[in-house]
Design a protein around this ligand. Structure first.
Ligand code: SUG
Length: 447
């Protein structure tokens, strides 16, 4: 029997504390919506609806569990003491900014959970996972340990899966995971070219870097991931992100470029040294056909790309073979971007379809469809060896909708975060979730 290969999209379930705290300097939407009230329930249901729609399109779709928030352990580490309720109260009153950071549901953006290399690319033929350290933002730096535990609960079989510890927790090795990593290949099961996009050189300050907003990913971090995963240099390309677009709010590469199979869809201003780098990709890709779909500034400005997330779309290949863009409704609402997408589909190129999804709750924090998913390319044996309870089905969809409706609040204002009941609600919900997804006792409160 011939081996089959799939790209499985593991979407982050939005956690019960989803809120807008303005935590991400350099991420325009996060700052613009700071302090507005959120709906954790709507956010989680919007995410589930997208997962179900992709499942219904015949895609393999997975679910990645959220993290426990507020993170009382982080508060204890910085000196707040007493009962959990006392810790929350003291932090909220004495250090509100720190308190808000430990409440963020930011683990929902699983494109930042880890970098994953499929077995066809790695020296030992296993699928490799390295959680991202997310050092650039305090609220996100709280994620990697639990992300690692959750991923191990999902991909436990050591015969097929290898898990690494996140990189050293320091800005020199700032790593944002798959948001700055794209893989191009003929078929998911063939060795591909892994493309790492970095924002700056950590150990060489003479190199260009953004001046207004931070570059979260360093070259040295990307190189470390490639070493850990046993990637072949002949199949790996490092590209510097154009520092000017970082300064315009493109805080991850996946806000300005997306790749799938033999298509790289990118904005003309996305990269530094574009011509040479695309030539390197083509050379490493070999003779087979590779499509570079460039969007010019005259077609879509960087500003429109940042406000609509045209490139934070998922580019997927459903079983009918028609490559499809999964776009946020913001792209439909912007005349120029909508016109561009219409012309793209009409052009007869590899991208044949666009589907729009309402993920507004996530978009308001700068997280589009592509931020919400971690791609894991697996062959059928590896898929069988992965945790089956984390794979979307009609039954799981119904169960998770019920779970959200039971545990999540309709509305949450930033001031509600200090309510000690929210921590209890969150723990109760997550405890039940670990039983639904059968990922083990991954949370600190369970250990
Ligand atoms: O890291 N926003 C996230 C959005 C991540 C998007 N991910 C990708 N592009 N792959 C971030 O900036 C905002 C939270 C707040 O402000 O409350 C936040 O963390």
């Amino acid at each position: 029997m011939t081996m089959q290969h799939f790209e499985v999209n593991y979407d982050g379930l939005v956690g019960p504390t989803h809120n807008y705290a303005g935590l991400s300097f350099g991420n325009v939407a996060s700052l613009a919506n700071a302090k507005s009230s959120s709906s954790p329930k709507d956010a989680a249901l919007q995410g589930l609806a997208k997962m179900k729609a992709l499942h219904d399109m015949g895609m393999k779709q997975g679910v990645l569990a959220p993290q426990e928030r507020p993170d009382v352990y982080a508060l204890r580490r910085v000196g707040f003491s007493g009962t959990d309720a006392e810790v929350l109260y003291k932090a909220a009153t004495q250090a509100p900014a720190i308190f808000q950071a430990v409440c963020s549901a930011s683990s929902m953006w699983t494109a930042n959970a880890a970098t994953v290399s499929p077995s066809a690319d790695t020296a030992n033929g296993k699928v490799h996972f390295t959680p991202a350290n997310l050092t650039n933002k305090f609220h996100r730096s709280l994620e990697p340990e639990t992300s690692g535990r959750i991923l191990q609960g999902m991909f436990a079989n050591e015969r097929y899966f290898e898990h690494h510890t996140h990189l050293p927790d320091n800005e020199h090795f700032g790593d944002e995971g798959a948001a700055n990593h794209t893989r191009l290949c003929r078929e998911y099961g063939h060795a591909g070219v892994e493309v790492f996009v970095y924002g700056r050189h950590a150990f060489d300050s003479s190199k260009p870097a953004p001046t207004r907003y931070p570059a979260r990913q360093t070259l040295e971090a990307s190189e470390a991931i490639a070493r850990l995963h046993g990637l072949d240099e002949g199949n790996t390309v490092y590209i510097q992100q154009n520092p000017d677009v970082i300064d315009q709010g493109v805080f991850h590469n996946d806000v300005i470029a997306v790749g799938n199979q033999n298509v790289l869809f990118y904005h003309e201003q996305a990269f530094a040294d574009t011509e040479a780098k695309l030539a390197e990709i083509q050379q490493k890709f070999g003779d087979s056909e590779l499509h570079f779909i460039k969007v010019g500034t005259d077609q879509v400005s960087v500003q429109d790309a940042v406000s609509t997330y045209l490139f934070n779309t998922q580019l997927i290949t459903p079983p009918d073979g028609k490559m499809t863009i999964i776009a946020p409704t913001e792209c439909q609402e912007n005349e120029r971007v909508k016109a561009y997408l219409d012309s793209l589909v009409a052009s007869g190129g590899p991208i044949q379809r666009v589907e729009f999804f309402d993920v507004k709750q996530s978009m308001r924090n700068g997280g589009g469809p592509a931020c919400l998913r971690l791609r894991v390319a697996l062959n059928d044996e590896e898929l069988d060896a992965a945790n089956q309870h984390c794979l979307m089905s009609d039954e799981l969809f119904a169960r998770l909708n019920k779970w959200v409706n039971k545990h999540y609040r309709d509305e949450l204002a930033v001031d509600d975060l200090r309510d000690p009941a929210l921590l209890e609600e969150s723990r109760t919900a997550l405890d039940e979730l670990t039983q639904i997804l059968k990922i083990g006792s991954v949370y600190a409160f369970q250990r």
